[in-house]
Design a protein around this ligand. Structure first.
Ligand SMILES: Cc1ncc(COP(=O)(O)O)c(C=O)c1O
Length: 337
């Protein structure tokens, strides 16, 4: 049996983390500051979610919550599911992933290729909805023998993975000069973990989240309570919530900006046409937020503004990049809304 000590993990699992940060000259020229991009699509599962997947699995094995050959279960918009599947299979476990029907076909194909057993659910509206990915994953794990629900929405290892790895990496790679951190918010694990680490190093850093229009975390951050009227939010894969996950820690976060789905799609195309880089959907939402709120963000030329790109556009060809080149989009930013 594989012993859950660090050496075994290092030799058995492809290296996770230590992803590059690159300065984007195109955006830096437009916003007249230094725009840096943390390219998380260099992780083996091609997303930042490999990090929490590893921490959650490692923790469950170490605490003997699952025995050899058992099944790891996760509710995921696809990326965490892929990380969990890849790591679980490498270590001799099975993976059962509950995705919502809005998950891109590309991610479902990848999950299948990685060896996951997949269930498609109506929504990811949280444990109180019987048809949600979270409820169905939890029910499955409770009934199945030797199964463990990693539960990224409430597992403290989600925040811890980013506090222990992503945050320190960013601090070191920017030579302690980062002034702003912008990232999309889904479970909240990334912004909570990275935000907490960076604020401990430098109190005046700006930690800004991005979510789709209609999501409730902006309201929650400002009022510490959910809004009375919860409406469906605009669907941008990986980000946005209509409940407050346990992995969302408001403490280090300064503000959450909201952007629309259509402006985010236009931002993805605009960025692609000007840089040849296909970014993921939630990364495009971060780009749309820069455009929409740069008058509020007010960067200085010497600032070091880091945009967190959790995954890659190859996961969203059908949703973002199937349209032919549109000269209007290339020439004018034209992503208002
Ligand atoms: C593509 C993408 N972007 C952003 C996020 C949000 O990250 P977090 O869950 O850490 O808030 C996720 C989460 O699954 C994601 O898959």
């Amino acid at each position: 049996m594989l012993l859950p000590n660090e050496n075994n993990y290092i030799s058995t699992i492809p290296a996770i983390g230590d992803t590059p940060i690159r300065r984007c000259d195109f955006l830096s020229n437009i916003y007249k500051t230094n725009i840096l991009i943390k390219e998380e699509f260099h992780n083996p599962g091609m997303s930042s979610k490999d990090r929490p997947a590893l921490f959650m699995i490692q923790d469950a094995i170490q605490r003997q919550r699952i025995q050899s050959g058992g099944t790891f279960v996760e509710a995921s918009s696809g990326n965490t599911g892929l990380g969990v599947t890849m790591i679980a299979r490498r270590l001799g476990y099975k993976a059962k992933i509950f995705v919502s029907k809005s998950c891109s076909q590309e991610k479902i194909n990848k999950l299948e290729e990685a060896g996951a057993s997949i269930e498609i659910c109506d929504n990811s509206n949280g444990l109180q909805d019987f048809q949600s990915t979270q409820f169905r994953a939890q029910s499955f794990a409770a009934k199945e023998e030797n199964a463990f629900f990693t539960n990224q929405y409430y597992n403290t290892q989600n925040i811890r993975a980013h506090y222990k790895t992503t945050g320190p990496e960013i601090w070191e790679q920017t030579s302690n000069k980062i002034t702003h951190f912008l990232c999309g918010v889904g479970t909240g694990g990334t912004i909570s973990g990275v935000g907490r680490f960076l604020k401990e190093q430098r109190e005046d850093i700006h930690i800004w989240g991005i979510e789709p229009k209609g999501s409730i975390l902006q309201h929650y951050l400002a009022h510490r309570t959910a809004p009375e009227n919860i409406q469906p939010f605009e669907a941008i894969e990986g980000i946005g919530r209509n409940f407050v996950p346990g992995s969302f820690d408001p403490q280090p976060i300064d503000h959450i900006f909201q952007v629309g789905k259509e402006p985010s799609k236009r931002a993805a195309l605009w960025y692609y046409q000007n840089t040849d880089i296909q970014c993921g959907f939630s990364s495009a939402a971060v780009l749309a937020s820069l455009h929409k709120y740069s008058h509020i963000m007010q960067f200085n030329p010497e600032d070091q503004v880091l945009l967190f790109f959790p995954d890659h556009g190859s996961r969203y060809i059908s949703k973002l990049y199937s349209k032919p080149v549109d000269e209007e989009v290339i020439n004018a930013i034209n992503i208002d809304g």
